[in-house]
Design a protein around this ligand. Structure first.
Ligand SMILES: NC(=O)c1ccc[n+]([C@@H]2O[C@H](COP(=O)([O-])OP(=O)(O)OC[C@H]3O[C@@H](n4cnc5c(N)ncnc54)[C@H](OP(=O)(O)O)[C@@H]3O)[C@@H](O)[C@H]2O)c1
Length: 341
């Protein structure tokens, strides 16, 4: 067992786009668990867009990381020390409260054992974890799809978006992807999206009109910004707009958002616009995992991951999300999985 715990700590709050120097790596002692706790070693760490909000000042749905603190984030790995009878060394566990570090001290609340029968452990951070379950509950509960609905998804090739499109197809909908590169559009088409629009090239409104000749019934919005405005112009009577993410605004938090005003359009179309937060659904995770897990096992849902190597790459891996370089769920491999050659 390695005798230092490499940790990424927030150095200073960024203004605008963060840089790798926003964080600094330090070496701390490997922690000992307190009574009832475990210490686990990370094999995989997750980077997710919400982390941009955690390093911004100002009110949100969770406490921000303070300068000097270990950066928040999810991870999956093996228990190395346990002072809790429910966990033993070698158990594979996942927690959203891991932090950007090799060794995490975890409380049993918020720590789940990962059953490797469902798939590789890294899936617990992706398709069978927070992003996959976000796609599942946000689309099915808030989007309330019906057979024949036209569903538009932004950031469609990402950790959440690729699952939304495939569930939309399983529900008998027409699925339209919006994403930022030719490679992402190709992946979306391979997954079964009926049409794919590149919002970075050409006329977005014209491309959306061509892809949605019968309008839009469900808009699964991961981005806000100009994509939201363009899709809103095409919503149908009683459309449902799922506000899952607003990544277009993440580097200008605290500033008023600008853009078109859609109030009259919402009224005329009697549409519903509703926010979603995964934490409201954590208590239903097992229910979602049972159905999603079956779809993944029988190949009806496929999932692409984008893997960075080494804990040293955490900041760069995170920044890929904000620049659109990731194709699929961005992960960082921190240590070999137990038993790996
Ligand atoms: N509400 C919740 O509980 C919840 C849970 C999970 C995730 N989310 C949100 O869902 C969204 C997707 O998360 P994810 O984990 O699946 O990330 P992701 O899609 O795998 O990665 C982020 C992607 O966002 C796109 N992007 C970046 N800047 C953009 C901009 N200015 N305009 C449009 N697109 C931009 C990029 O793709 P392109 O190349 O296509 O631009 C980038 O690859 C995020 O907004 C995230 O915060 C919300």
């Amino acid at each position: 067992m390695q005798n230092v715990n490499r940790q990424w700590r927030l150095k200073a709050r960024p203004q605008g786009m963060p840089t790798p120097e926003t964080w600094e790596m330090v070496e701390a002692p490997v922690p000992d668990p307190g009574d009832g706790q475990i210490v686990a070693r990370a094999c995989w760490l997750s980077v997710d867009p919400y982390m941009r909000g955690r390093i911004a000042a100002g009110p949100s749905y969770a406490r921000p990381v303070e300068p000097g603190e270990v950066m928040q984030g999810g991870g999956v790995g093996a228990v190395v020390r346990s002072r809790n009878p429910a966990f033993k060394p070698g158990d594979i566990v996942e927690s959203m409260g891991w932090g950007w570090q090799d060794y995490a001290t975890l409380n049993p609340q918020g720590t789940r054992k990962v059953d490797l029968a469902h798939g590789p452990m890294r899936h617990a951070l992706g398709v069978l974890g927070m992003p996959g379950l976000t796609a599942y509950f946000a689309f099915l509960d808030v989007g309330a799809p019906r057979v024949g609905d036209v569903v538009v998804v932004s950031s469609a090739a990402g950790a959440v978006g690729q699952v939304v499109g495939q569930i939309a197809k399983l529900m008998g909908c027409r699925a339209v992807a919006v994403a930022g590169s030719a490679a992402k559009l190709a992946w979306c088409r391979e997954l079964g999206y009926d049409a794919a629009v590149d919002y970075k090239s050409g006329d977005l409104r014209a491309a959306l009109a061509a892809a949605t000749p019968d309008g839009v019934d469900v808009y699964f919005d991961n981005t806000a910004g100009p994509i939201f405005d363009a899709v809103m112009e095409r919503i149908n009577l009683r459309a449902r707009i799922v506000q899952c993410g607003t990544i277009d605004t993440y580097n200008r938090s605290g500033q008023p958002d600008t853009g078109l005003r859609h109030h009259r359009h919402m009224l005329v179309k009697r549409a519903r616009w509703q926010g979603f937060l995964y934490t409201d659904y954590v208590h239903r995770a097992e229910e979602g995992l049972a159905r999603l897990g079956a779809w993944v096992r029988d190949g009806r849902i496929r999932y692409r991951e984008d893997i960075a190597e080494g804990i040293e790459r955490m900041p760069q891996a995170f920044l890929r999300l904000l620049t659109g370089e990731n194709l699929g769920k961005q992960l960082v491999r921190v240590a070999p999985e137990p038993g790996a050659a």
